[in-house]
Design a protein around this ligand. Structure first.
Ligand code: H2U
Length: 359
């Protein structure tokens, strides 16, 4: 039944849709649903107790991996070829498709694993800024190295069991492909079209807008902006953007890398403080494509990181992208502005550090 009330539109009350200009897709925002009764769990989570070093954990220094190789006694970051890669190079390729409904294409690529730190019991928000900077430096090295021979280098971190992470040791993965994956393809098309129409980068215009509006900003420093994007589909989704035009991770200056480490630490502490748990998420970097694109004009691109965390109401109650989300389009309950306000207002001291101080 249609609501016949004459009340003006209130984004905090009334269902509406928001447009994601990067994907070209719409998200349904249903803020009134926050009022529905909740009978599910709301308790804090129990953080997993992880030993700092475990000789049986294949990601630890000096441990043996699945392929019987022994890891070095690494002191900072450590990168190795994934022993179970999703893509390979030089394997036989599918022939021409026999029917337009049965199309196949080659999927050449390389997969690596990158450990962030020798200790298994730390996560990025608990690491020091110089240690986080070393992670950023290694992301840049990997992007440069794999980018010379691959069209797309996807750096991504799956954090927490809820996101399918198989190992608590702080690490990320790097999948480099000789093709543009779907998300990269959509983002490239939409950023290119915006640049053609407006003569400016979509995400630089967006940074300018968010710096003016402020209500979706959760952390900021001279070089970086962390926002809950206007079009966020996951409850506490965050986008991290440089304030100047940057195409790819290796293009960041050393000052910008230190500054990135600072802003990452700041907002990742807020993530953990939200439900007092090691906040699970999938995150990754999107920058201009590499490989053959290195010779092309990619001015329409702006480097950014996207964080997709699943939690909604507590350390144990997650948002499920099921039902309408799978069959129609993504839907969210609280607005991006409400999520940003919650995150922004959280303390900048990690709850574990505070607990230690109070002992
Ligand atoms: P995830 O926890 O995000 O799945 O990452 C761990 C990766 O480490 C996973 O991709 C790889 C797995 O294939 N791995 C190895 O390459 N060698 C091993 O000995 C264990 C795990």
């Amino acid at each position: 039944m249609a609501d016949s009330s004459p009340a003006p539109f209130d984004p905090k009350e009334h269902p509406h849709m928001r447009y994601n200009p990067l994907s070209g897709e719409w998200v349904l925002v249903s803020p009134h649903r926050l009022k529905r009764p909740w009978k599910g769990q709301v308790e804090k989570g129990q953080d997993e107790v992880v030993p700092p070093w475990d000789p049986k954990n294949p990601l630890c220094p000096r441990a043996v991996r699945a392929n019987d190789e022994v890891n070095p006694d690494y002191q900072n970051t450590f990168v190795f070829g994934n022993d179970f890669p999703a893509m390979l190079r030089g394997t036989p390729e599918p022939g021409p498709s026999k029917h337009p409904l049965l199309q196949a294409a080659p999927a050449g690529g390389s997969c690596r694993v990158m450990c962030f730190h020798p200790r298994s019991d730390v996560t990025l928000p608990l690491m020091t800024t110089p240690d986080i900077t070393k992670v950023i430096d290694e992301w840049a090295v990997q992007t440069e190295d794999l980018g010379s021979t691959h069209e797309w280098v996807q750096v991504f971190e799956n954090k927490g069991k809820m996101m399918g992470c198989s190992n608590p040791h702080p690490h990320c993965q790097i999948w480099a492909c000789q093709f543009l994956p779907n998300e990269a393809q959509k983002s490239d098309t939409n950023q290119r079209a915006y640049y053609k129409e407006h003569g400016k980068q979509l995400l630089l215009d967006y940074v300018e807008l968010e710096m003016k509006e402020k209500e979706r900003v959760i952390a900021e420093n001279p070089h970086w902006l962390a926002v809950v994007p206007y079009w966020a589909s996951w409850p506490y989704q965050v986008m991290l953007l440089p304030k100047r035009h940057v195409l790819r991770l290796p293009d960041l200056t050393s000052e910008e890398r230190t500054s990135l480490a600072e802003v990452m630490k700041e907002f990742l502490i807020k993530y953990d403080n939200l439900f007092e748990c090691s906040f699970p998420y999938s995150m990754g970097w999107h920058g201009a494509p590499t490989g053959s694109y290195l010779k092309e004009d990619c001015s329409h691109w702006q480097l950014h990181a996207i964080y997709y965390p699943p939690l909604l109401r507590s350390a144990t109650v997650r948002k499920f992208m099921v039902g309408f989300e799978m069959l129609g389009q993504p839907q969210r309950d609280l607005t991006a502005e409400q999520a940003a306000e919650k995150l922004r207002s959280l303390p900048n001291i990690h709850y574990k550090v505070k607990q230690e101080e109070q002992k």
